[in-house]
Design a protein around this ligand. Structure first.
Ligand code: HEC
Ligand code: HEC
Ligand code: HEC
Ligand code: HEC
Ligand code: HEC
Length: 177
């Protein structure tokens, strides 16, 4: 009798655990599908672009394929104390000093990334092609908080339709090697 009860009990617990596992897996899948990026700290492009050019923080686009994500050294170039006035902003800014103390990079989550089988160069598009950042990244200069997803979805069709419009080659092996 005791054994049967225990058996029943463990079956119920088993079912309960099963349901929880399914639920947790479901939530994890939902989060990964929705693809929303949560950044390690607050950041406003709008507040910064009054004084700074894009290359103050994305240092590589004139010379390289990558535009470059901001490194801590770019932030502490300007942030030597408190640049902000509001209490909330000052609190957020203090995080920079903590990162600097620990000599730790801020791990920004990247939103724009094409697969390794495809080639893209910022230098080619921005310097040689003279395209503006916002043609491909939308009005990021107006964002007051970090965007949680790409403003412009990147797909092969999107690359190719601009190339077609501007009479740039669409040979498969210019973008795939
Ligand atoms: C003072 C530093 C700073 C300046 C100046 C700056 N950015 Fe950023 N940028 C960041 C930070 C920090 C992030 C990551 C957090 C976020 O998305 O807000 C970022 C993210 C981005 C991203 C998303 C990259 C990815 O794949 O996740 C794009 C695109 C971008 N910036 C474009 C620009 C453009 C265009 C300009 C100039 C008009 C510019 N940024 C100026 C600091 C800066
Ligand atoms: C060109 C100088 C400069 C650079 C580079 C710079 N900042 Fe700032 N930052 C400022 C100034 C000035 C303010 C105050 C802006 C205001 O209140 O109008 C500020 C404000 C802030 C604030 C509070 C307001 C907000 O955006 O939420 C945070 C947080 C911040 N900066 C983070 C960063 C990070 C992270 C980096 C590096 C990716 C960075 N800053 C790079 C000059 C700079
Ligand atoms: C022709 C479209 C196009 C233009 C113009 C463009 N980008 Fe990008 N950007 C992309 C693509 C595509 C990626 C993803 C690249 C990859 O995964 O290799 C990207 C990625 C990025 C990233 C992520 C980090 C990195 O190193 O790649 C940043 C930051 C960025 N761009 C900033 C800029 C800035 C700043 C400008 C203007 C100076 C700019 N982009 C102009 C298409 C563009
Ligand atoms: C808004 C327009 C636009 C978009 C979007 C765009 N490109 Fe381009 N692309 C250009 C232009 C213009 C050039 C020619 C630059 C030059 O040499 O003057 C070019 C050139 C290139 C080249 C070099 C072609 C050659 O002649 O060797 C490659 C590779 C390339 N793009 C890849 C991509 C990829 C990959 C994407 C998407 C992730 C993309 N482009 C999206 C406009 C665009
Ligand atoms: C202008 C650049 C460009 C050209 C030209 C181009 N591709 Fe792509 N291709 C891309 C990019 C960027 C991706 C990745 C898109 C993404 O992340 O969804 C891609 C993805 C792919 C994929 C993977 C599809 C997937 O769902 O992951 C295949 C296969 C492919 N391309 C084949 C081709 C073939 C075949 C041609 C010639 C007819 C071609 N591509 C021409 C840029 C290009």
């Amino acid at each position: 009798m005791v054994a049967r009860v225990r058996n029943l009990f463990s079956k119920k617990v088993g079912l309960g655990m099963g349901a929880i596992i399914v639920l947790v897996a479901g939530i994890a899948l939902f989060i990964s599908r929705s693809g929303d990026a949560t950044q390690p700290m607050r950041f406003s492009h709008k507040a910064h672009l009054k004084d700074a050019k894009c290359k103050a923080c994305h240092a590589d686009y004139e010379k390289q394929a990558a535009a470059g994500m901001p490194r801590l050294e770019h932030c502490v170039d300007c942030h030597d104390g408190t640049q902000s006035k509001g209490a909330e902003d000052v609190k957020e800014e203090e995080k920079l000093a903590h990162y600097a103390e620990k000599q730790e990079e801020i791990r920004w989550v990247r939103l724009y990334r094409i697969p390794d089988h495809s080639l893209f160069s910022h230098r080619l598009h921005v310097v040689r092609g003279r395209l503006e950042c916002k043609t491909c990244h939308g009005p990021i200069e107006a964002s007051e908080t970090a965007p949680r997803r790409p403003v412009q979805a990147i797909s092969m069709d999107w690359c190719m339709s601009c190339h077609k419009e501007r009479h740039v080659t669409n040979d498969c092996n210019t973008c795939h090697r």
